[in-house]
Design a protein around this ligand. Structure first.
Ligand SMILES: NC(=O)c1ccc[n+]([C@@H]2O[C@H](COP(=O)([O-])OP(=O)(O)OC[C@H]3O[C@@H](n4cnc5c(N)ncnc54)[C@H](O)[C@@H]3O)[C@@H](O)[C@H]2O)c1
Length: 341
């Protein structure tokens, strides 16, 4: 039992992970800027803050035994909005953490660091990050490898439902295809032969808990299964029976294609993912069919669409000096003041 600081814990991964850590009896604090949430309702100690506000964050880091670092600008599109800010959030803040904290760090990287490669890949394979997002994660990995007590998880593409509170991300391939098939009865697939390693969002929590209970350090791929985008679409079609798959060869900027073994985590951490892509499709489909999401087109379900309005403002020369928190506060105030009374 220890004091666990979950930085970025109000996001997609953080929701279920926080529940599991509390179930295990840990004293959990979530530190988050609520980039995508208007309210944080979970009954857990919460600090609203920007990771770039190092004075505030240091107070909380100092009290922690373990820091689980989830905060980042996540996804190729979101990171491309403001490259300088992305590097400050995704890389510089991790460098800062390693300079002030000697306890255990559990960090989320991504299998996107493998880019596009033939054959089966593992932690020792060559790396080929194709986007700023993947490059910032790889740079953070290098920084963390000089920290004596850290675990880096390279997550496959996540899917499925996390907890009851946090936002479902609809900018992830399995979730997106399930929404389109359920609502529109058709899905567009670009090419379709590209491989993706997949992992259910709730399975990430198991890996974090295993890593907290062991001395193991280093990099671990976390993957449940490797499938092509077409296989995901076909699995969605099986459950959303009459949905049509439109294959397009229109060039798509996302050229990732990789298959990842995930053996090291299975052997050294005894990580055994429990949920399959079919589980994820079923639960996302049910959520939509029950009408539990009023507006599936709302920008908050996509990191890129949610961040675009206020990170665009950040391009002004003055804005560059301002913390994300201030950008967000400004954006929210404008929304409030322009709303009808
Ligand atoms: N979802 C995936 O498929 C996936 C795959 C590979 C890796 N990852 C990694 O896992 C981690 C969590 O991903 P997620 O899907 O939960 O993302 P998310 O975007 O849902 O959550 C990120 C959280 O970080 C917070 N945050 C961002 N910038 C902040 C700042 N400056 N100060 C304070 N808080 C800030 C956001 O408010 C959000 O709650 C990320 O590091 C991501 O790179 C996710």
């Amino acid at each position: 039992m220890g004091r666990v600081l979950v930085v970025g814990g109000a996001g997609y991964v953080g929701g279920h992970l926080t529940d599991r850590l509390m179930e295990q009896g840990h004293k959990v604090t979530v530190y988050d800027l609520l980039l995508y949430e208007d309210v944080y309702l979970k009954d857990v100690d919460f600090v609203y803050g920007d990771i770039l506000d190092q004075d505030q964050l240091l107070d909380h880091v100092k009290r922690a035994d373990v820091v689980v670092w989830l905060a980042a600008l996540v996804g190729d599109g979101a990171c491309a909005l403001d490259e300088e800010l992305t590097v400050r959030i995704n890389v510089d803040s991790v460098r800062w953490l390693t300079s002030v904290f000697e306890g255990r760090i559990i960090f989320m990287s991504t299998c996107s660091v493998y880019g596009a490669q033939e054959g089966w890949l593992s932690e020792t394979s060559p790396l080929n990050p194709l986007s700023l997002y993947a490059r910032t994660k790889l740079e953070s990995e290098y920084i963390l490898m000089s920290h004596p007590n850290s675990v880096v998880f390279r997550l496959g593409t996540l899917f499925g439902l996390g907890d009851r509170f946090s936002r479902l991300r609809l900018d992830l391939v399995l979730n997106t295809l399930t929404v389109r098939a359920t609502l529109n009865r058709r899905m567009s697939v670009f090419g379709g032969q590209q491989y993706r390693p997949l992992l259910h969002v709730r399975d990430v929590a198991d890996a974090v808990i295993l890593a907290m209970g062991m001395d193991a350090n280093g990099i671990f791929d976390l993957v449940a299964e490797n499938v092509t985008i077409m296989q995901i679409a076909e699995a969605v079609q099986e459950q959303a029976c009459d949905a049509q798959i439109d294959v397009t060869d229109v060039p798509f900027q996302d050229t990732r294609n990789y298959r990842v073994l995930g053996e090291k985590a299975r052997h050294e951490l005894s990580f055994a993912p429990k949920l399959t892509m079919r589980d994820g499709i079923a639960e996302v489909k049910q959520l939509i069919e029950q009408g539990r999401i009023r507006d599936l087109t709302a920008s908050r379900f996509s990191n890129y669409l949610a961040l675009r309005p206020f990170l665009r403002e950040h391009q002004s020369p003055l804005g560059r000096e301002v913390h994300v928190a201030h950008q967000l506060a400004h954006h929210r105030t404008r929304r409030v003041t322009s709303a009808p009374t």
